[in-house]
Design a protein around this ligand. Structure first.
Ligand SMILES: *Cc1c(COP(=O)(O)O)cnc(C)c1O
Length: 365
C-alpha cells in the first residue's frame, strides 16, 4: 500500500460543507481585503495561542521580514539564524538590510541551543531567529534571558505544538507563521501571520503590512503590501477549532513511530526538546545512508524526502554575498547529511505507521 509523505487534504474532507459556506459568506460580503474575516481570524488565532496580538500577512517569509523591521533591525545589523532550516528563514533577513549569521542546531532536536547561538553572537547582533523546526519547540525563553536580545520565533512548522512556557507564537518578542497549504494549519493558497504580546510592536506590524500607513493618508514607513486575504482567513477560521485534534494526532503518530523503531540504533529518531509536545509537521529521522534508505522505502511505495540536504550557509546566494559560516556547524552538517522525512500527517493511520516502520527496520536491521 502506498503511503504519502504528507496528506493535507484528508483532514479537510469532513469540513467541506463548512468551508463552502465560509467561501460563500466572503463572496456575498463583496469585501475581499482586510475585512471582518481577517479581523475575526486574528482574534481567534491570538486567543488560541495565548498571545495578545495576531496580524495576518501574505506569507510566512514576508512575516519574518516585517517582524524584523518592526523590531528595528536594519542596515549594519546581524541576525542569528540556524543554517539547518528552510531557506526562507534566512532569506527574509537581507531585505531589511541586515546580514544573516548562522548558528548550529542540535541534530537530536533540529533546533538551536543557547550554546550554539552564543557562538554566533557578535556586538552587531540585533535579533535571533529561532526556528521551531519540524514542529519541535526551540528554547526561546532561555535565549531571550541569556542574551537579552529579542527572539523572532519562526513558527511556520509548529502550529499546534506546545512547550513548558506555552505555545510557539507566544514565547518570544514576536513570532511568525506560514499558512502555506502543506503546513499544520494550511490555507488554500499563501498566507501568514505575525504574533506578539507587545502592543507597540503589533501596531508597527499592522502599519508595515499596509504600505507603512494606518489611515491611507499619512505614510510613516516605506512598508509592504502584505495582507492575508478574506477568503483565506474565512477558510482558516473553519480549520482553527480542529488544530488541536490534528496536532494530537501528529504527536500520537510520532509516539507510534518511536514504539515501532525503538532499539534500532541505526535509526536516530527526532527528540522533543525538554517539556515540548511537538505537533510533528514532518517526522524526520536520521540514518548514515539516507539516500539508500530512501530508495528502499520508495521501492515499497513509501514517500520520503531529505528536505535540507545543503545547509543554508552553503547555498550559492549566501556564498555570493560572502555570508558563509563564521563558526563550526557540526550539528548542521550531520543533520543535513543524514536526515530523511518519513510519512506524517494529521490523517496517517496506525497501520500506515506500522508499514513504514517495518520497511525502515527491514533496511536498517
Ligand atoms: C514554510 C516556511 C517558511 C516560509 O513560509 P511561506 O509562507 O512559504 O513564505 C519560513 N520558515 C519555515 C521554517 C518554513 O517551513
Amino acid at each position: 500500500m502506498a503511503v504519502p509523505l504528507f496528506d493535507p487534504a484528508s483532514p479537510l474532507r469532513p469540513l467541506r460543507a463548512e468551508i463552502d459556506a465560509a467561501v460563500t459568506r466572503v463572496l456575498d460580503s463583496e469585501r475581499f481585503v482586510l475585512g471582518r474575516e481577517v479581523g475575526a481570524f486574528e482574534e481567534e488565532f491570538a486567543a488560541h495561542l495565548g498571545v495578545q496580538h495576531a496580524v495576518g500577512v501574505a506569507n510566512g517569509t514576508e512575516a519574518i521580514t516585517i517582524a524584523l523591521r518592526a523590531l528595528g533591525v536594519g542596515p549594519g545589523d546581524e541576525v542569528v539564524v540556524p543554517s539547518f532550516s528552510f531557506w526562507a528563514s534566512a532569506e527574509a533577513i537581507p531585505p531589511v538590510g541586515a546580514r544573516p549569521v548562522f548558528a548550529d542546531v542540535d541534530p537530536a532536536t533540529y533546533c538551536v541551543t543557547v550554546e550554539s547561538v552564543r557562538a554566533a553572537i557578535t556586538p552587531r547582533t540585533k535579533a535571533i531567529i529561532a526556528v521551531h523546526l519540524f514542529g519541535n519547540v526551540a528554547p526561546v525563553r532561555e535565549l531571550e534571558e541569556e542574551f537579552g536580545l529579542p527572539v523572532v520565533e519562526d513558527a511556520a512548522q509548529s502550529a499546534g505544538s506546545s512547550g513548558p512556557d506555552g505555545s510557539p507564537g507566544a514565547l518570544g518578542a514576536i513570532a511568525t507563521f506560514s499558512f502555506y497549504p502543506s503546513k499544520n494549519l494550511g490555507a488554500f493558497g499563501d498566507g501568514g501571520a505575525i504574533t506578539t504580546g507587545d502592543a507597540a510592536l503589533a501596531e508597527r506590524v499592522r502599519s508595515l503590512r499596509f504600505h507603512g500607513s494606518r489611515d491611507k493618508v499619512s505614510y510613516q514607513d516605506v512598508g509592504y503590501n502584505s495582507r492575508l486575504d478574506e477568503l483565506q482567513a474565512a477558510i482558516l477560521r473553519v480549520q482553527l477549532p480542529h488544530l488541536d485534534a490534528w496536532a494530537a494526532h501528529r504527536r500520537a503518530a510520532g509516539e507510534w513511530y518511536a514504539e515501532e523503531l525503538a532499539g534500532h540504533d541505526a535509526v536516530v529518531l527526532p527528540q522533543a526538546t525538554p517539556g515540548a509536545r511537538p505537533a510533528w509537521h514532518l517526522y524526520v529521522i536520521r540514518h548514515a545512508a539516507p539516500d539508500a534508505l530512501a530508495q528502499h522505502l520508495q521501492a515499497h511505495g513509501i514517500e520520503c524526502r531529505g528536505y535540507y540536504r545543503r545547509p543554508i550557509d552553503a547555498q550559492p546566494a549566501i556564498a555570493a554575498a560572502g555570508w558563509g559560516r563564521t563558526t563550526d556547524l557540526p550539528g548542521t552538517d550531520v543533520a543535513a547529511a543524514e536526515h530523511l522525512a518519513i510519512p506524517m500527517s494529521a490523517a496517517i493511520t496506525r497501520a500506515q505507521v506500522a508499514e513504514v516502520a517495518a520497511a525502515v527496520r527491514a533496511f536498517a536491521g
